[in-house]
Design a protein around this ligand. Sequence first.
Ligand code: ASP
Length: 661
Amino acid sequence: MATRVSPLARSACIAFLRQQTIRTVKPKRLQNANIRTFRSSTQRYKQELQSYKDSDRYHGQYPQRTHLCGDLRADNEGHHVVLNGWVQSPRTMSQDLIFIPLRDASGTTQLVFRSGSPELRAEIQRLTPESVVCAEGIVMKRPDGMSNKQQSTGAIEVELKKIYCLNPASSSLPFWPSQPATTLPNEEVRLRYRYLDLRRPELQKNIRLRSVVINTVRQHLIDNGFTEIETPTLFKSTPEGAREFIVPTRKPGAFYALPQSPQQHKQMLMAAGFDRYFQIARCFRDEDLRADRQPEFTQIDLEMSFITAKELQEIVQGFVTAIWKKALNVELDASHFPHMTYHEAMLNYGSDKPDVRFDMKIKNITNYLSDVIENDSALDCLVVKQGSKLTGSELKNMQKALELVDEKDFAFVKINENNINSWPSKCGRLKHSNQIGQVEADMNNKMDIQVGDLVLVHKRESYLNGGNTLMGRVRLHLANLLQEKGLLKIDPNTYKFLWIESFPLFSPDEQNIRTWQATHHPFTAPFDEDIPLLTTDPAKVRGQHYDLVLNGMEIGGGSIRIHSPVMQRFIFDHVLQLEKHEYQRFDHLLDALSAGCPPHGGIALGFDRLMSILCNTSSIRDVIAFPKAAGGKDLVVNSPSEVSPDQLKEYYLQVVDKDKV
Ligand code: ASP
């Protein structure tokens, strides 16, 4: 098998071969069995280099490009042009008429062979799809009735005079970027050959828009007095929330960690006197990958000193408005950014990131049927207009999908003439209520329940925590179903932003190691008026945290921070019950807070998700040049991969079997 040599290395070799005869070089210090010595083998090398100086590939200077493929219009008629790009499959109509679409980043132009030159014809016939060429020709208006209205260059074609094949593409490519989307191979194959997939106009558009958007943000922040500052990628392991990636060093037992976010550094920058910081920050979290998560991702990260939440939110609204104008030509103003508390969001929508593009609010009906509801419970009710049109199997599938099959406290009923005044009696445990027959009229009136509707009820714990309630999940599932059936219409160009605020500062610890965990991160400040509750009832303490939500997706989150070292230590120590050695890992931050740190706050917006919304893609992978596939794999370079035993040794590491840990 031929050794792979890069073109650059090949040309260096050629230059070298031309200049001198190669002798074996064997300096004394290289005479070691493990050292690979350069040996003369002129004949063999010459043979290998044949494939470099081959006849399919043009060697030498080629004419300079005059236009981009997508730029040519009828006005260019008669111009002599030079184009560069990738050829798509030629369409041979006859010996003397061949069409060759030529694509570059700006679009596609049709080249046409009409000259009858046998040499040129032969060159065209040798071209494999996706070969890179330089084409010279004359712009011609297409004959009457032949223009292509779908294509920006559809009024013209370029009559080919000369073509230089700068680099032929292999004839066994796994796919062609120009082939119809429905015939493309699955995503795994496309991720493996990402450089080919990225040639597709859809992905080109997304990645280019990404650059435009990031520049819009950068410009807006710079114009508003922000300084762009890079913080370290080699950071330290601190128990901030998510699982970290660890980086070994050549010092036994000493590790860096990759940052989950620049949180601690940006707070230290406030202590350092950089009033307004921002960074387009790469962050790393070693979490189980969901469809819209990547182990490395990008955030628009900012922090400001001496500000209120409102001032910070105005800055964010400013650049979001600029992005929407630039990317979508949509005008936003302050009225597009309403506020809602966490409690309202959870009660009315069963979610801390409510999708308010449709109404379907959840109602609390505890008071109507209180005799069958325990003190610490609440009764959620959702009314789906025309919901009786959903079939039994659709509702069963919903129960399966949401794991509700054995949920005793969940029930639903289709409202008809017979049950409209007694429907709770059809709802599981509610049938034991003494109120049945007395409360329906009022409920029907208040919730506009009519024949043909679907009514769903769920008894839940009254203490609200976490990201959603069961009825919130039901609401989203049903909204999707209703949309599929054409019973609910959501305009795809609707953008409903929401600031969600007043989150509980602490939530019950998911790992059950301690009582409380920070709902977001441990640096969020409590509301001043809730400080006394820190010692008596931490569940009731509200944090000065805010999330920016768009169409039911969280696109950013931040907070006013704790700037007092006393408060920060109290929360680490007494509320979060971190062990001393755990909170000592934050000493650098506590020291910075003690060194004259201004009051401050900040936010980070998930840039990949934002781009995915702007590009209307179903996955964030479509807006990232080289995303990871399922399981965190990079299929292009095939990582993560093993390292050699020597490398392990250098880092004092040993790989052991999973079950021996
Ligand atoms: N560092 C936080 C995060 O990455 C955002 C912030 O509070 O500014 O989620």
